[in-house]
Write a protein that binds this ligand. Sequence first.
Ligand code: ADP
Length: 484
Amino acid sequence: MNILFVASEAAPLIKVGGLADVVGALPSALSALGHDVRVMLPKYSVITADRAPEKRIVVETVVLWRGQQVPVKVIESTLLPTATTLYLLETPTLFEGDAIYYEHNGPEGIRLAEERYTFFSWAAAHCATLLNWPINVIHCHDWHTGLLPALLAVKKVRLPTMLTIHNMESQGRWRAEEVFSWLGLTGHEVPGLEFRDVDNNLNALQSGIRTATVVTTVSPQYAIEVLSPLYGAGLERDIQSRPDGMRGIVNGIDVAVFNPETDSRIPAQYSASTAVVGKLINKRALRKELGLPDSDGPLFGLVGRLTSQKGVDLVASVIGDIVNAGGQVVILGSGVPEVEELVVSATKAFPSACKTILRFDAALAQRIYAASDFFLMPSRFEPCGLGQMIAMRYGAIPIVRDTGGLHDTVRDTSLHPDGTGFVFSDPIAGALRTTIVAALRLYHEHDKLQAVRTRDMTEDFSWARSASDYSNLYTYARKSYIET
Ligand code: ADP
């Protein structure tokens, strides 16, 4: 099949979050199954020709926008290192600036993310039939391209669409009358443009949920959770209204990049059979690097955004318990200032056993995964989560809350003979504390510890698994589109 991904990010070219990892890696895993997958991105001004070589212009057209004919070009390029064909959609001014989602000052004043991605979806709908490449399925990602299925219908482009939701929290809401004035539409042209919230906002994610041929999210458990108000972020009724519901397919990780046997960013490479020695060398090196004393105790690592979603406040509450039991804690992350402050003050209370590093540092993250005995990820909600999978690949046993992708990727050692980590239910410090006590016990049972670690390091987290699920769903999307 010919499948066009239309998205706002693709790693390694332009990345803010996990969405970029999926759009960067899934196309090549699908190519291995025989599909031709191409990716369309806005040509942000930060995407310069040296980072994405421009091969040729495949479309040169105009799009009606704010009552004017706006020039649009589609430039064919290549997404490295996978060599996926990349279509960069270029237009004057709208994609300028450093930040990709936030309001920013362009030459014409403040631009909104909502305006930027409404235009991107509109122009992508316009160009879909001009690429000289017959598309079988259009795969949209998150709210940025949520309006695309409805806008394709406005343009009378008849194609099955898939919408994958990586995060329910961001939805792309904006004043409906303003959005329609940009588009030169009334909002009554096709189904999917009629939904409004109490403030008369159009909601791009809601439109996508209502109109895409197939809707997916990034884990089966999250697909169930979002049917309830607790996780559905106000869109649970829209998901419930779909006769075929929402499918969940777990993300993979790049097992070539995240490979402790070859990772040059860690001091000592190791495999499952050499993990005892390998991890000890990495642990000693990290302690030295961060000024922590050597010890026989376990090292607990956390790498992630410091936000309420990630449950780092729960971690702050149990740091004393870990330290009193002879453990050490290393936290790398950045995020909401109040949460950062909470974590910093909790670790500062035990300066000889704990360290918080407030920055984004991909190499240090690898050194932490490689050095840690346990990895803390007690998220309140987690659409999929990559941290726990990377941690397992490096033999850091995950301690996670029973939610979303954490539920689907970690098996609790107390419930499963082939357990891979520790899973607790209630998002309260007491529940995490009890789980940490169990983890500390395991640390001192060397054979059992090594058995769990070996299972973690040999678990299949590759994209190949998920790619075949997506492939089946594209077939389903085409079939159900023809039937309707
Ligand atoms: P989310 O997408 O919700 O932020 P995930 O667990 O899906 O969480 O993905 C986070 C990814 O970003 C992981 O690969 C993690 O290692 C990485 N990461 C998060 N914070 C940092 C940081 N401060 N420095 C380096 N890597 C980070």
